[in-house]
Design a protein around this ligand. Structure first.
Ligand code: KIV
Ligand code: NA
Length: 261
């Protein structure tokens, strides 16, 4: 994990995308992405939930395993889902150990600052690299009153900086900053030795993360901060439409796609 801090020192941007399965991880790994996040956003993106709250450790293990198996190059991080670490360091450690034993990922991520510093410490002391997650933290979206920019105003910015320092002091190797004003993210990036990885947190972070389906334009709606680098959703529907037409017309399968003897 030292190469993350080294990348920050060199001023080299760190790239991260979510991944939830082997086929996608293979394609994205070939693009040279530095890190994968098997995010609990799988709840929204792949499992049809409206929040990440219902996602369980049992839900996370098969996708984390699949991504770890398919990945040659990137560092794989898995989210500790809601309810699997909040009770205290012992619970966090038990969950973290299970993730490491059963999936082959290299690090875990959990949400929160000062309040989860003991959990980060316990995991780090056990040799499990931890990525923090501050700002808008989806697992607490009800407490935060919805998808809102966090750290606006002096007091909130100060509290966010305190959380970031607590996460670093507890041993985290990096921290995600989600939906944070650009200047607040910049200041936190300056005061930390560990890299900040932004999502909706401006260009001054040490790295960036996006949900891959947002990045690739798989869905109609995506958050404002997520740039669409492709229209894969439309491409997929177009391919399936053509397939349906071919089968209905009888033009598929043709001789090339049949066993003639
Ligand atoms: O689960 C996830 O996709 C995340 C990123 C948005 C950072 O936590
Ligand atoms: Na997450």
């Amino acid at each position: 994990m030292h190469h993350l801090a080294a990348a920050k020192q060199r001023g080299e941007k760190i790239t991260m995308l979510t991944a939830y399965d082997a086929v996608t991880a293979t394609l994205l790994d070939a693009a040279g992405v530095d890190m994968f996040l098997v995010g609990d956003s799988i709840g929204n993106v792949m499992h049809g939930h409206t929040t990440t709250l219902p996602v369980t450790v049992d839900d996370m293990i098969p996708p984390a395993r699949a991504v770890a198996r398919a990945t040659q190059r990137a560092l794989v991080v898995v989210d500790l889902p809601f309810g699997s670490y909040e009770a205290g360091p012992e619970q966090a450690l038990a969950t973290g150990v299970r993730m490491m034993k059963e999936t082959g990922v290299q690090a875990v991520k959990l949400e929160g600052g000062v309040r989860v510093a003991p959990q980060i410490r316990a995991l780090s002391d056990a040799g499990i690299p931890v990525v923090g997650h501050l700002g808008f933290t989806p697992q607490s979206e009800h407490a935060l009153g919805g998808h809102r920019v966090q750290g606006r105003g002096d007091e909130a910015a100060e509290a966010l900086a305190d959380d970031a320092l607590a996460v670093q002091e507890a041993g985290a190797v990096a921290v995600v900053l989600e939906m944070v004003p650009v200047d607040v993210a910049e200041r936190i990036t300056e005061i930390l030795r560990i890299p900040t990885i932004g999502i909706g947190a401006g260009a001054r972070c040490d790295g960036q993360v996006l949900v891959w389906t947002d990045m690739a334009g798989m869905t109609e709606w995506a958050p404002r901060f997520a740039k669409r680098y492709a229209e894969l959703g439309r491409a997929l529907t177009a391919a399936a439409t053509e397939y349906v037409e071919d089968v209905k017309k009888g033009t598929f399968p043709d001789a090339d796609h049949s066993f003639l003897e």
